[in-house]
Design a protein around this ligand. Sequence first.
Ligand code: CP
Length: 312
Amino acid sequence: MMRHLLSIEDLDRVGMERILARAASFAEVSGREIKKVPTLRGRRVINLFYEASTRTRSSFEIAAKTLSADVTNVVSSGSSVDKGESLKDTVQTLSAYDPAAIVIRHPHAGAAALVAGWTPAAVVNAGDGKHEHPTQALLDCFTLQRRLGSLEGRSIWIVGDVEHSRVARSNILAFTKMGADVTVAGPPTLIPRGIETLGCAVRYTLDDLRDADVVYALRMQNERMRTSYVPSLREYVAHYQVNGRRLHPRQVLMHPGPVNRGVELAAEVIDSPQAVIGQQVAAGVVVRMAVLYECLAGRSAPQPALSAPVPA
Ligand code: CP
């Protein structure tokens, strides 16, 4: 049993396979008309988001509610963070509600690990800066297992803005642990130096993209293009866009979302049957149910005794 999920580095292959198997068992619940099991009844889960999110926040909320937990969403905008409250004070304030888990997304690498030191709750990293997004990696492994049967020996190319991508880092670690051969590809300015130490190969062109069984495109961070990581977006599209010309129909196409249509992916491949982007989103619910289960089930539920007074 895990106490927190902060990084894919916290998991070995056995632990990952246990979570993925549990997610598969929860898929049956997601298929029912009444999508509810009592596993976490009476437990509190707080989603604490300091960055924008559609998929991760909604799927953690649905996952916790499907497990019958009581969920509270706190977003930094409109909270007392706007008045200058620190992350530590915010976490300690929310911990007074005795949550079983805090799910945290934050723009700074290492924020989730800091939060784990400030609260007795289990902490799940929902993305911390450029560092990691471990539940994204797990849901991507789940999606690929469903599509391909196994990741063992599969060639997976992660294409695009690796430099700014927490998804790339978590997925290199997760895919290689599951036995895949991972290659990252993109312009040299968007591939971090030394990334090979994570166990992947590096390419600076898409000339051999057809060697891949799976093409995993990353979001092109348009807002960062002003800082000249590539000469222009048009130049980037010409050399690195995954489109119908570069993608073979036998290849599986993935993207974590949100997609910049017409930038990293052409419309014809986003809407093709080889794209599993919708399946990735759906997998987010059952995989996050499995992660909450892994962190919380078996841990003692809140005691009905008097709670400690809240400091003024
Ligand atoms: N993939 C992902 O993390 O999407 P959101 O930013 O919408 O949560």
